[in-house]
Design a protein around this ligand. Structure first.
Ligand SMILES: Nc1ncnc2c1ncn2[C@@H]1O[C@H](COP(=O)(O)OP(=O)(O)O)[C@@H](O)[C@H]1O
Ligand SMILES: O=C(O)C1=C[C@@H](OP(=O)(O)O)[C@@H](O)[C@H](O)C1
Length: 303
């Protein structure tokens, strides 16, 4: 099926909760396949039919109608695995459809302005930023990488070790100044960029979004990849989780007021709760990118 027509359908007729990992959808009653959930009352009201994908993948229920569901008939535990796999395929396709659709809407209000993602180390600025840039048709820039290139290829950790934090911060400010002059970019800033007031002057040329992630989640993510690339959290002894948690805790106390300057905030804790998820780890980068767009949209509309 052509992506446009599929996209039109997913916006107009399907009710998804497409932002979760496939198997963990929270404890609510649902009719679900592979991360797609159908609100049953909406299904009844709209008269949608259930179509078993093992027989028919994308079928219109009647000529001219756009009602179709990539779901099998019956309860989750009765579903055939082939149906679930196809459900997964369509669910991920639809997530991207919805994200792109929202991105087009938001892009039309942004008028080329950049998006600056701010947040603590490990909050997902790079991961979510890439998804966001792709959806918006923007370029993605990691300000740490920008600084590394400007200095001549040394890593952030090397720059801290050799020249000290102040040198890094000065170069970070220069990088943000330069980036603020270029249109249509999603910029993943370094976690400490918010501390220098001048950086807000640059970042406010665009729209700033704070990714608010609980410390435990941050520390777990950073411990999983190691603290080497994050000099402010790296200690030679002790376990990585504890080092990361203690370091993040200290930094977050100093920075929380600064993060509050952002135009919009995406709280993973609230997003997970709103989606009925028990575990924030089930929030995919696409789900978070979608919420970023929603919050930017609200900011631009002055809500
Ligand atoms: N939504 C997410 N779910 C699970 N892991 C994530 C998510 N977002 C980011 N990560 C992981 O957390 C780590 C830090 O993410 P990253 O995007 O580099 O953060 P930042 O740029 O804010 O420092 C990476 O290993 C990344 O894969
Ligand atoms: O929080 C900070 O002070 C820092 C965050 C890092 O970027 P990420 O937030 O991308 O890890 C990097 O700029 C540097 O290690 C300092």
């Amino acid at each position: 099926m052509h992506s446009k027509s599929m996209e039109a359908m997913c916006g107009s007729t399907l009710q998804f909760f497409p932002w979760t990992g496939c198997d963990r959808i929270g404890g609510k009653p649902h009719a679900a396949v592979g991360g797609m959930m159908l609100n049953l009352s909406i299904r009844k009201k709209s008269g949608m039919n259930w179509i078993d994908l093992s027989k028919s993948a994308c079928t219109r229920t009647s000529p001219g109608q756009r009602k179709f569901l990539v779901l099998s008939h019956g309860r989750k535990d009765c579903l055939e695995s082939s149906t679930i796999e196809l459900g997964n395929l369509y669910a991920s396709f639809d997530k991207n459809c919805l994200l792109k659709r929202k991105a087009r809407e938001v892009a039309s209000c942004l008028n080329g302005r950049c998006i600056f993602l701010v947040g603590m180390m490990g909050s997902g600025k790079t991961t979510v930023g890439k998804v966001l840039a792709e959806a918006l048709g923007y370029s993605f820039v990691d300000s740490d990488c920008y600084v590394e290139q400007a200095i001549g290829g040394e890593s952030v950790a090397q720059i801290f070790n050799q020249y000290g934090e102040k040198f890094f911060r000065d170069n970070e400010s220069e990088a943000l100044q330069e980036l603020s002059l270029m249109p249509q970019q999603v910029v993943a800033t370094g976690g400490g960029a918010v501390v220098q007031p001048i950086n807000w002057h640059y970042m406010k040329q665009g729209v700033t979004v704070y990714l608010d992630v609980p410390l435990d989640t941050l520390a777990r993510r950073i411990a999983a990849v190691g603290t080497y690339s994050r000099p402010l959290l790296h200690f030679d002894s002790g376990d990585a989780y504890t080092a990361a948690f203690v370091g993040l805790f200290t930094l977050s106390k100093k920075r929380s007021d600064a993060y509050a300057n952002a135009d919009a905030r995406v709280s993973l804790y609230h997003l997970a709760a709103n989606l009925g998820l028990e575990d924030m780890c089930d929030l995919t980068p696409i789900a978070i990118a979608m919420e970023v767009l929603v919050q930017i949209g609200k900011h631009l509309k002055g809500k």
